[in-house]
Design a binder for this molecule. Structure first.
Ligand code: SAH
Length: 242
């Protein structure tokens, strides 16, 4: 893709091929990604506004794959995607990281059913759908090397959901848009109360013309204190003020 040219002028299969090269994916993995796109396009009840392959290849696939830039993610064996919706970013990263085990955590039954179907039709065997609220997923506590979140909510809420689910030494990767320095400062303080430390905010350009895409990385530096997770809904109702 030439700099500045709209990505949509390039065919979907060319963009898939480009992603495969950029991230050193095998043919089988590229085929699975293509199957994911077909699965989204084929089901008009798919729980996402972006189903058209010419947009989904960027907005869902490329944006999810951007995290492969991170060594911590490539090394993670147990990964959990909180509020995965139609399966992003977790399902795509399960394809890219076949040695890892990915928990796709989603509160809504209907969305879970959709992702289950996608896992079957695309033959993804290292992802597991977890029908639960993130703050009520007991088996996930202290069990993950990496926790992922995209469009899950205000960052104070995301860090509170993620902290108890990470092992000490594990990393939260939060997909966010334009930098918000006031929120970042407040969340840094909230995170400290949870045993997390922000280690990086990485600007990424997952596709041509993508602006203001950032991956926020928080490292779990010590155990999350007693009292977290607070009971369901509290993180949202009374976000940690920092
Ligand atoms: N990550 C996806 C979906 C974002 S929408 C993407 O980027 O495309 C947020 C999703 O999180 C919704 O599907 C919603 O049902 C789910 N969700 C919200 N709060 C949740 C919680 N506490 N636990 C689990 N899932 C939650």
């Amino acid at each position: 893709v030439k700099a500045g040219s709209p990505a949509s002028s390039v065919s979907v299969s060319a963009r898939l091929k480009h992603l495969g090269e950029r991230y050193s994916l095998r043919d089988r993995q590229c085929e699975q990604l293509a199957a994911l796109l077909r699965g989204l396009a084929a089901d008009e009840r798919a729980p996402t506004a972006v189903r058209d392959p010419s947009r989904a290849v960027d907005v869902h696939l490329a944006d999810s794959l951007a995290a492969l830039e991170l060594d911590v993610l490539r090394a993670a064996k147990k990964i959990a995607d909180l509020g995965t919706g139609a399966g992003f970013p977790g399902l795509v990263l399960a394809v890219a990281l076949p040695e890892s085990e990915v928990g796709l955590v989603e509160a809504q039954v209907r969305k879970c059913a959709f992702i289950e179907g996608l896992c079957v039709s695309t033959q993804i065997v290292n992802a597991r759908v977890v029908r639960a609220r993130a703050e009520e997923w007991v088996e996930g506590m202290v069990a993950n090397d990496a926790v992922l979140a995209r469009a899950l909510g205000p960052q104070a809420v995301v860090v509170e959901y993620a902290a108890p689910l990470l092992r000490v030494g594990g990393t939260l990767v939060d997909w966010r848009g334009r930098r918000n320095h006031a929120e970042e400062r407040a969340v840094e303080r909230a995170a400290a109360r949870l045993g997390l430390e922000r280690v990086e905010i990485r600007h990424v350009e997952p596709y041509a013309g993508a602006r203001d895409h950032h991956l926020h990385l928080y490292l779990k530096v010590r155990e999350t204190p007693e009292g977290f997770p607070r009971r369901a809904g509290m993180a949202q109702k009374r976000p940690l003020a920092g």
